[in-house]
Design a protein around this ligand. Structure first.
Ligand code: HEM
Length: 492
């Protein structure tokens, strides 16, 4: 509605594919790869309109840092998701809460428990649960994905709710996983039309075409159970005087002493359940990527083992105390995060005011998608980007001078919304890599003719990307290694 002379002076929108009225121009499969390809045509910023909703894909590290880090006061909100937040009830998941005081309360409380200084508090539980994983891998190596998942769930459940996960069919883990599965269905923006046309939420559930509403109501029950049930267990234990020290116990005790403000209780519950939701599947993907890399890059794996042999030796397992002497293990962890970033398109940010960048106008309300995969596979920043090559990080000084091979912090997002669980995450992955490489050999599985089976090398095209199940051989390195594994849990 601007007069023509003002319109002429307005900077243009960033370039992008032309929108159609009837179909979404968003790529369905591996959108991060498609956007990286589109960079050659459109550049670092790609602007797409989907049924009237503006979306900006940020395709380079520089643009991501300029916008999401340096202008974080206006790039730190989240797009509102009607299906997920309003209908399915994920409004407590603070990773989806718009920027503002309510989000800030959650983030502050989370940060008190998860930061560089508190990270070592969790090392004993991380070590113990990882030893359980080693034992499980010894007995049923074919169940690799399950063992990795159980370990991540056990660590976070212990830290948050003081709950010791049982080996199979744990009630709280099952509950949370069923709820998270529904989030996986609806989590990708645009799966449901109601995300684009929020007024559709008023359509009565019984009407034909309102299947999304009936689904949402059913899923909402799971969501509430995930939020309420483990918390109720902690409250009950606290009342009985049998509470186990953990995040929820400490916070419930403080809440009782400080007058039981119902609003604050919502924050405690939300932070607790968010930690599980955000912490259980993410590290799993990175550790699965490690097993895949160990299978397809045997020299890399041998080098990792050689470092562990030199520093730790065969008589004990590595611990966090050895970390400063094991740089290669750290580089392996970084490479797991870079090679196939867990969240290839990060988590969407939302711009709260109109902005101008690089001669382009970006309207307030735009959904901003950082192309993390593209950034971490940019040939200029990570030479030979598709190769899993931990040694790329070895010479930090020369790398810094040449502007290449920075530690892949982009995997954890940007600005004020950067992953606040990253210290816990890095430690989870580190102890898994170090202990597994110390005691197991990993190699390709053989087919019935004795020929090695090549894993496909593909990763899933899902919001959290991971290797699909692949065959591999996981065997103890020696009799001594086997004994170390068997004794590890009791010895702790
Ligand atoms: C390899 C493991 C992990 C990766 C790659 C990862 C990655 C991310 C990314 C990309 C974001 C979005 C950042 C942004 O908006 O720019 C995020 C947010 C978040 N992560 Fe992680 N994460 C991991 C593990 C964890 C763990 C273990 C926890 C909890 C203990 C956690 C808790 C969170 C929370 C609460 C948020 C939301 C932050 C907010 O919206 O303010 N993450 N993570």
């Amino acid at each position: 509605l601007l007069p023509a002379h003002l319109k002429a002076r307005r900077p243009p929108l960033p370039p992008g594919p032309t929108a159609s009225l009837f179909a979404s121009p968003l790529p369905r499969l591996y959108p991060w790869k498609v956007y990286a390809e589109w960079r050659k045509t459109y550049g670092d910023l790609i602007y797409i309109r989907v049924f009237g909703n503006p979306i900006l894909v940020v395709n380079s590290a520089k643009a991501a840092s300029d916008l999401l880090d340096k202008r974080s006061s206006i790039y730190s909100s989240r797009p509102y998701r009607t299906m997920v937040s309003k209908l399915m009830g994920w409004d407590w998941l603070f990773s989806t809460v718009p920027y503002g005081p309510w989000w800030k309360q959650h983030r502050t409380l989370f940060h008190q428990y998860f930061n560089t200084n508190t990270a070592p508090n969790y090392h004993p539980v991380q070590f113990k649960e990882t030893c359980v994983m080693l034992q499980n891998l010894l007995t049923t190596p074919d169940n690799l994905a399950h063992h990795i998942r159980r370990t991540a769930a056990a660590i976070i459940m212990q830290i948050i709710y003081g709950h010791s996960v049982v080996p199979e069919g744990d009630v709280f883990v099952t509950l949370a996983d069923r709820a998270l599965e529904t989030l996986g269905h609806a989590g990708i923006f645009g799966t449901y039309l109601v995300d684009y046309l929020p007024l559709l939420r008023y359509v009565p559930a019984w009407m034909p075409g309102a299947a999304f509403k009936r689904k949402a109501l059913e899923w909402r029950r799971l969501n509430r159970a995930m939020l309420n049930e483990p918390y109720a267990m902690v409250k009950e234990r606290t009342a009985r005087g049998t509470a186990v020290p953990c995040f929820a116990t400490a916070e419930v005790e403080r809440w009782v002493q400080s007058g039981q403000d119902p609003e604050h209780e919502r924050v405690i519950k939300g932070v607790a359940a968010t930690a599980y939701a955000a912490g259980a599947d993410t590290t799993v993907s990175a550790i699965q990527a490690f097993f895949l890399a160990a299978t397809v890059y045997p020299d890399m794996y041998k080098r990792c083992q050689a470092e562990l042999d030199r520093v730790v030796g065969p008589d004990r397992l590595p611990t966090f105390a050895d970390r400063h002497l094991l740089p290669y293990v750290d580089w392996v962890v970084w490479e797991c995060l870079r090679w196939n970033p867990v969240a290839p398109l990060g988590v969407a940010h939302s711009l709260t005011e109109d902005d101008v960048y690089d001669g382009y106008r970006i309207p307030g309300g735009t959904t901003v998608l950082p192309n993390t995969w593209g950034i971490l596979h940019d040939e200029a920043a990570y030479p030979d980007p598709h190769r899993f090559a931990p040694e790329r990080y070895a010479d930090a000084k020369t790398n810094a001078e040449r502007g290449v091979n920075e530690p892949p912090l982009a995997a954890f997002g940007f600005g004020r919304r950067i992953c606040p669980g990253r210290w816990l995450a890095m430690d989870n992955i580190w102890i898994a890599v170090a202990t597994v490489a110390a005691v197991f050999d990993i190699s390709k599985e053989l087919d019935e003719h004795g020929v090695p089976i090549e894993p496909s090398g593909e990763f899933t095209s899902t919001m959290l990307s991971r290797p699909p199940p692949f065959p591999c051989r996981i065997t103890p390195r020696s009799g001594a290694a086997k004994r170390l594994i068997e004794q590890s849990v009791d010895a702790d």
